[in-house]
Design a binder for this molecule. Sequence first.
Ligand SMILES: [Fe+2]
Length: 268
Amino acid sequence: MGREVLPGLHWFYEPGPDRLEMVTDGRSAPDWYEPGSAVRIPQCSYLFDGERSLLFDTLSPASREQILADLDDALDGGSLDYLVVSHPDVPHAGNASAILDEYDDITLVAPRYGNAHDLYHLDEAMHIGEGDEIDLGRFTVAFHEATFLDAPISLWMTERTHEMLLPVDWMGFPHHDADRLTCVDELDYDLTLDQLVEFHGRVLFWHQYVNVEKVQREIRQVVETYDPELVLPTHGLVIRERTTEYLELMTDVVAEIERRDRVGALGG
Ligand SMILES: [Fe+2]
């Protein structure tokens, strides 16, 4: 299942299991939640299709046939030139070999950060990081050391012509089943602190052990450095309006996770 967010920018979406326990977990349902709805924390991947094409992340193996079909549709018989894996976790890199098998002359691109790349079959990949760019014609993508991450081999990506930030696991959030492939500005509710807390407290669980002020400083630094128009998260919905406001909301998220002590783990 995919959506073309901008000409040449395709958003692929895998819903994952129902995360209902996240909103019914021994407390009253949060304001954003509509009773009866399934709750999704998706896997997302993004295709940048210019004169050359680049796929950022691969979804999980549960969506293997789907992503191959979606890619084929979006590329309309064209080739895929680059496959970027943000980090080696299964929901991000699980279809890398299937996609590499499907296209001739495709280049696998992996973070140069961390080590033991051979463990994940990334030793033969093109290794990139801060300062590296790929010109795709319609889009130019640049790579960055991830500010907030959950694996040593990780990277973030930006896109220069439309000022996009792809912060991978950071800025994820649960949402209703009906909100699949819906941009945040199209929802009939505002993205809430609670949604961001639920995700970051459980999935990026290191948030429970941080120096809050230090992380808040880093968040402000991210906003200042990247100042994006669009945020494309891999476990949330595309943000294309009020972007700075939502990024700055993350400073409250860190404080709230500390206040709540322990948000919980991710079941399912
Ligand atoms: Fe992830």
